[in-house]
Design a protein around this ligand. Sequence first.
Ligand SMILES: [Fe+2]
Length: 240
Amino acid sequence: MNIYNFKETNKLILLFNSLSNNKSLSKYLLSRSKDKILSESYAIIKSPKFIYLYQKLIGRIKKEFKFDFYYQKFPSARVSQPGDNENPFHIDLWSGHGQNIINFWIPIVSLNRYNTLYTVDEINSKKLIDKHVKNDFDRNKFQKNSFKCAKPVLAKPGEVVVFSNKNIHGTINNISKSTRLSFDFRILKVGDDPGIRDINKFYECTKVKLDNKKKKLCTCYALFKKFCLAYFSCFTKKCN
Ligand SMILES: [Fe+2]
């Protein structure tokens, strides 16, 4: 797991302050139902402002990772409220995602050790999977041993937590008094297996965007060339 500081995410998380009319977002989150928080968060995620800033973040990630990739069209919003139960430890391969997907997880409010995500490093994840999953799978033992190796992600709001299918992850019971709001998305290198997901429905591709840009440039160039030729032929006729 790595944590990145991309300045593009700071503007993105500021958009969520509109939920509380720029007053305390944490207080607002405590006063609303999960359904209400999620529906309002998705209205932000699907807004043109968010989409514009999200594209900028995708461009920044492409610059950092130096390869073309598919990425989720719209990130997912997640909420963990006081009293919420754990989300058992797992890797995303088990829910049908491709082997090599990479997760980007971004907290919008301050985290504590109960309302956050837990991740297991790659070496311990491999050991746990070899020990538990390749033999008779005992979910309780797997949960217990994963928790022993897991560490809470205590990133700051706007920091970008990156982990892969090589990292077991999950959450524990939220016995804190704070609600966590975060958003996340997955990316997949071009050419890698998307698992059972329909890649065209779920993902956009950085390569397509680039090709579209190239196409637009070519069209502009062709129009400019046509204009110049017409202008000069007109000019030559007048001179003759
Ligand atoms: Fe997951």
